[in-house]
Write a protein that binds this ligand. Sequence first.
Ligand code: GLV
Ligand code: MN
Ligand code: MN
Length: 397
Amino acid sequence: MNTLLSELSDVGRDPAGGFTRLAWTSADLELRDWFVARAGRAGLDVETDGNGNLWAWWGAELPGTAVVVGSHLDSVRSGGEWDGPLGVVSAFAALESLRASGWTPTRPVAVVAFCDEEGGRFGLACLGSRLLSGAVEPQRALTLSDDSGTTLAEAMSAAGHDPRRTGADPARLARIGEFVELHIEQGRMPLPNGAHGLAGAGHPVGVAREIWPHGRWRIDLQGVPDHAGTTALADRADPVLAMAGGIVEVRRAAEQLGILATVGRVRVLPGAVNAIASSASLWIDARGEDPGRVRELVALVEGRLGVVADPESWTDTTRFDTALTADLVAAIGGEVPELPSGAGHDAGVLSLAGIPTAMLFVRNPTGVSHSPEEHAEESDAAAGVAALTAVVRRMVR
Ligand code: GLV
Ligand code: MN
Ligand code: MN
């Protein structure tokens, strides 16, 4: 556990390991309360926007657009403690160190915690930033449902947030001059010099060049439900067999195309041990440098299974702002590795919405993420805070 994250270390601990902090659950609400309290201690003014994103302002009344720093607080199921929260706690720490040094902003500065970045509950990642930027229609988002059939609208209402407030918020977007998201490094991505990841390059922090295009698709396979003890094998229409074949096809197509594709979620209904299933669904997460290959994978799997996949989300290649990234590099000083990201981020959504956006990565020695094993060394997290502090100081000249 890192001292930066110590205040959050009891929230949403999963008995299966790691942390489960799905949007609008009690763990998420606890984290949201923490954000409000933390901002209050830092002397920042907090507001919740219509989409559930949390903002903590320093100098909101100052002229000009804001430099916004932050990330998200929710997690995947049994995820690590760093993905998301590191960016939020580092943002608070950076602003506090600026305040302690006697520095005051000449334009607004804000910490943001975007709502439901992982899509771990309702299936669509970066919901808060997508709603904010208009990349998803509120009507579509609000009717998404979790495993127990609770819709996003119902989950928001239960948490005291009026779902009628969701939707594109161009006025708020227009207040963002630049967005910088600090994030734990995920994977050990190849660098131009042949090294892999920040560990291979020997640097505590790096910057992101781009986010690979990525999407999620669902395939539903229908069967004929029947008794497991009385139906001859030859007489069965078992969708679980087709699903298993589909999972193998996803892997085969990914190898053929040289991209990444994963089936990390399946659903079998009704889910009885002694019944042939009535339906089986699998979700494909596919990503890679070349968007054409990612789409080709889905087409290949559709062709091989004779089905049509339902697209649940798509995010095109995101190239971060080169001028802002150059500012990050200059603020950090010296040689700073530039990495691609295979993971999606709210920074990508904002970038696609036309906001100058950049990312800082903090070294993760193994690269393991979305897992309890996710880790950064204390000194590297401190280097991340120092880099973010330098960036804000440089941007608010
Ligand atoms: C977000 O973490 C993603 O799945 O890319
Ligand atoms: Mn994540
Ligand atoms: Mn993240």
